[in-house]
Design a protein around this ligand. Structure first.
Ligand SMILES: Cc1cc2nc3c(=O)[nH]c(=O)nc-3n(C[C@H](O)[C@H](O)[C@H](O)COP(=O)(O)O)c2cc1C
Length: 408
């Protein structure tokens, strides 16, 4: 990475923020018309106003669908193989849309998520031991004007052992349904001793690596009340070096991704990408939720006064959903131009199939989505259809190997 990068973008602002360069290609924010299904979803939201309850119902709904044939089969044209510069095992995806971490925190009913249209699921994030998450309620709130979500769950999860066991017993069935399964691994909130963080992440990583197709290191959660690990590049370098040293002795070689935060300005991004590269990591998930306290960069339609704090300390949690796409696409384009050999997964505001194709063209290898499930009925199946239509319009018959950015 070079200091010259900062010429392209203001040093301390994320990509979404003005001013953008005159030459930067526009971000087309495809919209969709509201369907009867979406209206039905609104009724469900009114009947069950508790966001967390509805979230828990998602896996059960997927399971219910999976009980009745005919089962959903992703169109073959959407199949995609993720390949890795460091010769990690390739990952076969039935479709390029994966469920982002947080969408299935327990890893229960994993094979059923194929019924929703996903080509993969990232389970977790997992900490070493079970973790309750933040004690206050509500921890999730919708911002319908922006089709966004505010959350401060605080990494609630049943612990890596429970998650790994679920993945272990269901991986074969997931593969038969053309879904890859990753586990997102993170540090325990509140632990500040660096040696202990290292020991915990090592144990959590090792267990996840043993069972999943890939491991995602979540160093960018904005909702735990403790400092994000990606803000301390020295500690981050220690963790990544340690994990990659460990991986050298593990067979087979599996993909490792680092998930970053979307609020970085050029200088920070530059430093963070350097640390990731130096550690020998070649996979990135871009991005986590956007820290709500920096919400002004997102130019939300929701009036600032209505983006209420989720925590007693005034923190607004992380923001996800449609609004993030303005940041995700240019960031993917830019990071791809810097790191042509990386495997990039885009995440943030992806709520239309045509956006998936634009992201693949900009440099993503696959995408992850979550918040769209709160706004569109049958979201991922519908996005698969939209993606197919966008492909057809361009005369594309397969996504596998499709990487037009390589021509640049
Ligand atoms: C309720 C909720 C919980 C989340 N939990 C996690 C998590 O445990 N680990 C993680 O890496 N990301 C987590 N995320 C972030 C998502 O994985 C994703 O990166 C982010 O929401 C942006 O994608 P989206 O706009 O499609 O939702 C969570 C997001 C939401 C909305």
């Amino acid at each position: 990475m070079s200091a010259a990068l900062s010429i392209l973008h203001p040093v301390d602002q994320p990509f979404a923020s003005p001013p953008t360069t005159d030459t930067a290609p526009a971000v087309r924010d495809y919209d969709y018309s509201v369907t009867w299904g979406d209206r039905f979803l609104e009724l469900i939201k009114r009947a069950v106003p508790n966001e967390e309850k509805r979230h828990h119902a998602l896996a059960r709904y997927a399971r219910f669908l999976s009980l009745f044939p005919p089962h959903y089969v992703v169109p073959g044209a959407l199949e995609k193989t993720l390949r890795f510069h460091d010769r990690s095992l390739p990952i076969q995806l039935g479709a390029p849309i994966l469920l982002a971490a947080g969408g299935n925190k327990t890893a229960e009913h994993l094979p059923a998520f194929a019924e929703l249209g996903f080509g993969g699921v990232t389970a977790g994030s997992a900490t070493l031991k079970a973790w309750e998450g933040n004690p206050f309620r509500p921890r999730v709130r919708l911002l319908p004007l922006d089709r966004a979500m505010q959350n401060s769950m605080g990494l609630n999860n049943p612990g890596i052992e429970a998650i790994a066991r679920q993945v272990d017993v269901s991986l074969g069935r997931c593969h038969r349904r053309k879904m890859a399964i990753g586990i997102s691994v993170t540090d325990t909130p509140g632990v500040t001793d660096h040696d202990r963080i290292l020991v915990e992440i090592e144990a959590t990583f090792r267990r996840a690596y043993g069972v999943a197709d890939y491991v995602e290191l979540n160093l960018s959660c904005p909702n735990t009340g403790t400092a994000r690990l990606d803000l301390d590049t020295v500690l981050m370098a220690r963790i990544l070096d340690h994990v990659m040293q460990l991986r050298k002795n593990l067979v087979p070689r599996k993909a490792v991704f680092v998930k970053l935060s979307p609020d970085m300005g050029m200088k920070t991004l530059d430093a963070v990408l350097q640390v990731v590269s130096d550690a020998g990591i070649t996979g990135l998930v871009l991005f986590n939720t956007f820290p709500g306290d920096k919400g002004k960069f997102l130019r939300l339609k929701t009036p600032a006064a209505e983006v209420e704090p989720l925590t007693v300390s005034g923190s607004k949690g992380g923001i996800s959903g449609r609004i993030l796409y303005q940041n995700t696409l240019p960031a993917i384009r830019f990071i791809r131009s810097q790191l042509p050999h990386f495997t990039l997964i885009a995440s943030g505001g992806i709520d239309h199939g045509a956006k998936v194709l634009d992201l693949l063209e900009a440099g993503a290898d696959a995408v992850q989505a979550y918040t769209v499930l709160a706004y569109r009925w049958n979201a991922i199946r519908t996005m698969n259809k939209e993606l197919l239509a966008a492909m057809r319009a361009k005369g594309l018959t397969t996504l596998d190997g499709y990487a037009p950015w390589k021509r640049d």
